[in-house]
Design a protein around this ligand. Structure first.
Ligand SMILES: *Cc1c(COP(=O)(O)O)cnc(C)c1O
Length: 359
């Protein structure tokens, strides 16, 4: 019983919605079971039929690519949907809690707040690693879920494998390792450890390295029994036909991925080596992702505003815990990176008084 006490009782009790496409799989010459429009669609493309609620074709291809079984895969409308479903699967509103390790991705807390679930904070160290007592603290916690984002957003670093492993062995709740940026990191994915850890969930996404943020497709990998629970509570048709078609086309083109990854990593290295030469840059944090967290020795919000005035939008992270003075810069094309570096150089040389000194 690896999930004893971890699944919300109301979820255990509830009946799954049985969709028309669950009760009849595939196509027959006459399909009059789902109140679709048999005449076709308004608009140029035919989307008149409901999509496969189990996304079998994608899971088959993704399983091959990732070296897991189709039964280890849940697909969400972005990983944000998987995050929300994981909170709702395990936490009873007004009663249960999750653990996050700030500074980190904001959607964990949003999902908890939306579901009236308490958030416990286990802050990262000043250099953004899991604290030495993280496993011990979590072992004593009754939280249902901990979110470990590795490589972490907005800091860019991977968490130590030994610490994550100790947490997986000692925390009684579900350990969600969010690998949205794993495609930019040399570390092996935690999906390789799924057979050892029934309470491990690994999140990945098509939004970053795959360049398909507009499609909304995220993936949760876990033991089949846990995947079964996510399937039980998901909206039946959560992945549209258009998304499924595009995702299959992308998976067929997977051999193109390494070239794009290499180009983005090269861009990251250019930025990582050039940014520290700028007088206004205090520190560039090491990154295993497609962005860099940069600490400025001047008012970072003023730098943000000046970049914005030059048509360059970056992410202002100055109000995040431990991120005072920091902006998060996404790696762009070679040309965009050059424009960014030139703009920052100009901010240094042309407006020495426009950015006031930070304390
Ligand atoms: C971008 C990002 C995601 C991706 O979310 P999608 O809903 O799949 O687009 C998930 N987690 C983290 C940490 C991210 O930065």
């Amino acid at each position: 019983m690896p999930y004893a006490g971890l699944i919300r009782p109301s979820v255990e009790r509830m009946q799954t919605y049985s969709s028309a496409r669950d009760e009849f799989e595939g196509m027959a010459p006459v399909m009059l079971d789902a109140n679709e429009n048999s005449l076709g669609s308004v608009g140029p493309d035919d989307f008149s039929r409901y999509p496969d609620p189990h996304q079998r074709a994608i899971k088959l291809e993704l399983a091959k690519l990732k070296g897991v079984a189709p039964g280890n895969i849940f697909l969400g409308n972005g990983s944000d949907e998987a995050i929300d479903l994981l909170v709702r699967l395990t936490c009873t509103p007004g009663q249960d809690s999750i653990v996050i390790c700030p500074p980190t991705y904001g959607m964990y807390e949003v999902a908890a707040n939306l579901n009236d679930v308490r958030v416990q904070r286990l802050p990262l160290t000043p250099d953004f690693h899991l604290p030495a007592d993280a496993a011990e603290t979590l072992a004593a916690s009754t939280a249902k879920l901990v979110f470990l984002c590795s490589p972490n957003n907005p800091t860019g670093n991977l968490f130590a494998q030994e610490t994550v492993e100790t947490i997986l062995r000692t925390f009684r709740g579900i350990v969600v390792v969010d690998e949205a940026y794993a495609d930019f990191s040399p570390a092996p994915s935690w999906t390789t450890r799924l057979p050892e850890f029934p309470r491990l969930v690994v999140l990945q996404t098509f939004s970053k390295a795959w360049g398909l943020a507009g499609l909304r497709l995220g993936v949760a990998y876990a033991a089949p029994e846990l995947i079964g629970y996510l399937n039980k509570i998901k909206p039946p048709y959560n992945i549209s036909t258009a998304t499924q078609q595009h995702a299959l086309a992308a998976l067929a083109a997977a051999p193109q991925l390494p070239e794009m990854q290499a180009e983005l990593l090269a861009g990251r290295e250019v930025l990582a080596s050039e940014l520290p030469r700028l007088a206004i840059v205090d520190h560039v944090f090491p990154s295993d992702a497609n962005f860099l967290l940069v600490r400025f020795n001047v008012d970072a919000t003023a730098v943000y505003d000046q970049l914005r005035a030059r048509g360059i939008v970056v992410r202002n992270r100055t109000t995040q815990p431990g991120c005072a003075g920091c902006l998060r810069l996404t790696v762009g094309t070679a040309a965009e990176n050059a424009v960014l570096l030139r703009a920052l150089t100009e901010i240094v040389t042309q407006s020495p008084n426009a950015v006031t000194s930070a304390h």
